[in-house]
Design a protein around this ligand. Sequence first.
Ligand code: NAD
Length: 357
Amino acid sequence: MKILVTGGAGFIGSALIRYLIQHTSHEVLNVDKLTYAGNLTSLTDVCNDPRYRFVQIDIVDSQALKQTFATFQPDAVMHLAAESHVDRSILAADEFIQTNIVGTFNLLDVARRYWAQLPADKQSRFRFQHISTDEVYGDLPHPNDADFTGQLFSETTPYAPSSPYAASKAASDHLVNAWCRTYGLPILMTNCSNNYGPYHFPEKLIPLTILNALEQKTIPIYGKGTQIRDWLYVEDHVEALYLVLQQGHIGDTYNIGGHNEVENLQLVHILCDTLDKLVPQSTSYKTLIRHVDDRLGHDRRYAIDASKIHKELGWKPRHTLEQGLQKTIKWVIDHRAWCIAAAQRKSAAVDTLYSSH
Ligand code: NAD
């Protein structure tokens, strides 16, 4: 197959491309704008493979997309390009509306017109896979709540996004489903819980905590840190994505999760305890933890029911949280220069955002 991956220089996209090049015989075209979150050095392991190519394109530019489809002639699209950081979406939602909504619309429309003119056999094999998030469902009752009964997000949970990021992803999901229902575009949808692992941008909780601990900087925790997330190791996620691409039912949504519900503060404690063993200092890394003002509209609990993808496609995560965190911490220790450089790019991007809003 020839697979067009959008957002392939990002955290999950680069893990997906490394997987496709190292474990399959497919050709991959990486379509990425290279925002502050995109980093081609995440693809160093595969960038010299003749089956991998990169083109720098903004998915908001429909002409460039049209040309790319015409030249590459993809058999499948795996759409990951997005603005993905909730805090940035609260500060300035413009880019989220442009990339996540307008960009997804452009991609759908270009893909539909391309798909419509394909010969019948190629047309029947074509797939458009949209990679989305569990944040579109809003939040679930927390164990501290009176109405808590262990509720989980299923594929039929109504959408109730809280943040501008989640709302923009929800809008993109609706567009994707509409393009299937209205035009018959063969789509597949996945909604996944929080990922972690190698090449994770250090603005997100896990890599930020590990890097700040190693740098002896404070470790910020929003509010009391009681928010619950369901963590999934990124390599387990990309295996699920490829399985859905190969075997998923057209028009279906698959929820993907790690069965790892943990409160943020507890997660940070696990990271500090592990670091205390691996890289001991005179005092525990926990002394670096500082509680900061909570995020506006912060969702309190996410948890995924991943039974559909397990029953229908046989997928389950390979890594326990403990195994995944061990690997991730070791990766950050071995790739500290990459993480520091990424953190510096993030600081510059945040400064630009503050000065323009
Ligand atoms: P990321 O921020 O690390 O990467 C996003 C990539 O998209 C970057 O390489 C960036 O340069 C590129 N991009 C941004 N705007 C673009 C544009 N206009 N045109 C072309 N490329 C553009 O994000 P991620 O964490 O890898 O997430 C990938 C996808 O998976 C997103 O759609 C996200 O909503 C979804 N998702 C993420 C998680 C998670 O925990 N990270 C969980 C579930 C779903």
